[in-house]
Write a protein of this length. Sequence first.
Length: 335
Amino acid sequence: MKKTIFLLVFSFLYFITLPSCESTSDQHAGPPSKKQQTALPPSTGSRCEILVVCTEHLWNSRALIPLKNELLRPQPGLPQPEPYFSILRVDPVNFKNVIQRNKAVIIIEESDTTTFQWKSNAFSKPQQLALFTYSDLRQLYVLTARHRSEIFSRFREQDLNFTRRTLLTSGAKWKKATEEESIRLLMPQGYTEVVKKNNLSIFFAQSSKTHHVIMVYTRPWDPESHLLNEWEIIAIRDSLTRIHTQSSRPGSYTMVDTSITPLSQTINFNGSLAIEMRGLYKSVNDFLGGPFYSIAIFDEKNRRIILLDAFLQAVGLNKRNMLFEMESVLKSAEF
């Protein structure tokens, strides 16, 4: 019954003149009582998946263009287009029983008022439910445009927490990285530490079709000096992979593919300034490659830079969910 809808919609101006009398509510619904929480079944659903409850006519209308564009935009740094989220749509009449237990739900229903609110653990636990009500499609368009970024961020954070819980229940262990052992990561089963030095650890996992590499590197840094930019971070990364990622072909190694500019942004990593980067890597003197995700953390307290890198090879397979799991491993870092 589930059908993944992968729809890339390009936004355009819609209803230039809109009424100003809309009534919206951004307040989160109050939490269920402890008794209600205890009785709730566990939530279901997959990583990077959202269940949308609305009619087919509404789903195909212009009113949901802002929301669909936000959730279904292609994730950067992947060799083939994949959206940030997979959307499962169900008609309201079928939203019952086990379907209600999905961990991430958006309900859009017609009403006398136009409102938006969050409900936590409404039908299962843990669960995040975004509820839109509307009396006019033009007002719904405005409302989804207003809250699309919030919805994206909240479901993205939920997926990180969901992935960490899944890793813990499937046997992941906290692993200390580098010989100084001042950094630890929640490492999934199957990873082997193939390099361990005073300031460098490399973990490797493989299956018949995939190769996963996670790298942790530290180097001194003076907080009074300049912050490294993206290209300086890439140069450091390439100097490490040139030595430590040689394949069976003589002289082969991996490096960032700069023909496609990596996407970077500044983030807050547990109170420290950091640069997050996504892009593609390639193999020199070989034909392999794939996506990478990295975080460069400026650790002022310990006067060092922490470089966390994950890169993936999975020829012919969808890579979004695998790379997202590796991202959650890097974001579990404690130091």
